[in-house]
Design a protein around this ligand. Structure first.
Ligand code: C5P
Length: 327
């Protein structure tokens, strides 16, 4: 249940709006040189998977935007004012909502600092929920544009599905994908900082050593078939080496997933979540079971604490979509 401030619910107000926003993984992530603004030029294929954050926007009488958080790693989130969901709702209220307020109740399912755009998903959820709660005449394109001001991955999490991303990730071209891809996700007990992973990438790639990135044609062609066997060898993440440098234990996770029958394992975005593409749903379930057994208890011949810092082994499928419900 939500912890609504007792005096803030408005009996005659609009019904609350609940939005589920899926996590993203990058099927391809090609990183170009650092730009003068500090961001890197990217060429990526975003893909939404069925692991979601859920946000409900409740009407309030005043102009304040407030937040309470439940779910996994809720205690790892920083101050309310810095939260991307709050910043997104405030921005929308000032620009289009005539200063209206809302109480946001957020349930986290996406790991914090996991390379799966959890914070961006919360911003996207707040934009959708508050736009509907306040009855604003704004469509997907308007919210995508607002999202770009909040973070590089926010526009895609507003959209969901599968899409090519260019620029710093905010210029999107949706792709249609026949069928469903089956994934196993392995999350970590400790997150990775995205700026730190990009900084490590820069150390490994001196200025002048990387060119302008573009999404390889093979990925787009393989996606158009919807065939995981064709897609697997085309998966690519230029940030993987940097993430593995900072978290060498992830190499064991990647090997274990492929040994368990995954077609391919890759680091998701800036990591440390590792994602595994399976041939089908039944085999994805078996891979997940194998990995759960493997990482539930470290082998006796290994020092306690020296193995991979696995938090959860999860099943997901993609592409997933943003879902909105009223009431
Ligand atoms: O846009 P967002 O706030 O998600 O980015 C977080 C950080 O990740 C940036 O401050 C930057 O250090 C790094 N980043 C980057 N190039 C991108 C996207 C993110 O260097 N295209």
């Amino acid at each position: 249940m939500t912890d609504l401030p007792a005096d803030s619910a408005r009996a005659d107000g609009p019904a609350p709006v609940t939005v589920q926003v899926p996590a993203k993984i990058n099927l391809a992530l090609l990183v170009g040189p650092a730009r003068p603004d500090g961001f890197h030029e990217l060429a990526t294929v975003f893909h939404s998977v069925s692991l979601t954050d859920t946000l409900t926007a409740h009407p309030v009488a005043g102009a304040e935007i407030t937040l309470d958080v439940a779910g996994i790693s809720a205690d790892q989130l920083g101050a309310e004012a810095d939260n991307l969901a709050v910043r997104a709702a405030r921005m929308l209220s000032h620009r289009h909502g005539q200063g209206r307020g809302a109480h946001l109740h957020l349930t986290k399912g996406i790991p914090v600092a996991g390379g799966m755009a959890g914070g961006s998903a919360d911003a996207a959820a707040a934009l959708w929920a508050c736009a509907r709660l306040w009855g604003l005449d704004l469509g997907t394109e308007d919210l995508v544009e607002l999202g770009a001001e909040l973070g590089s991955d926010v526009p895609f999490t507003v959209l969901s599905g599968t899409a090519i991303g260019a620029g710093r990730g905010e210029h999107l071209t949706p792709l249609s994908l026949p069928g469903t891809l089956e994934w196993v996700l392995v999350t970590s007990t400790h997150g990775l900082s995205t700026p730190q992973v990009f900084a490590q990438f820069d150390q490994m790639h001196p200025p002048g050593s990387v060119g302008e990135p573009s999404v390889p044609r093979e990925v787009v062609e393989a996606l158009a078939t919807g065939d995981p066997q064709q897609l697997a060898p085309t998966l690519r993440n230029d940030l993987a080496a940097a993430a593995l440098h900072l978290r060498p234990d992830l190499a064991e996770v990647l090997t274990a997933g492929e040994q368990a029958g995954a077609l391919r394992g890759i680091v998701s975005g800036s990591g440390p979540t590792c994602v595994f593409l399976a041939p089908d749903a039944a085999r994805a379930d078996r891979i997940a079971d194998t990995l759960r057994t493997r990482f539930a208890a470290p082998p006796l011949d290994r020092d306690a604490g020296s193995g991979p810092r696995v938090a959860q082994v999860l099943r997901a499928s993609g592409p997933a979509q943003v879902r909105i419900s009223h009431g």
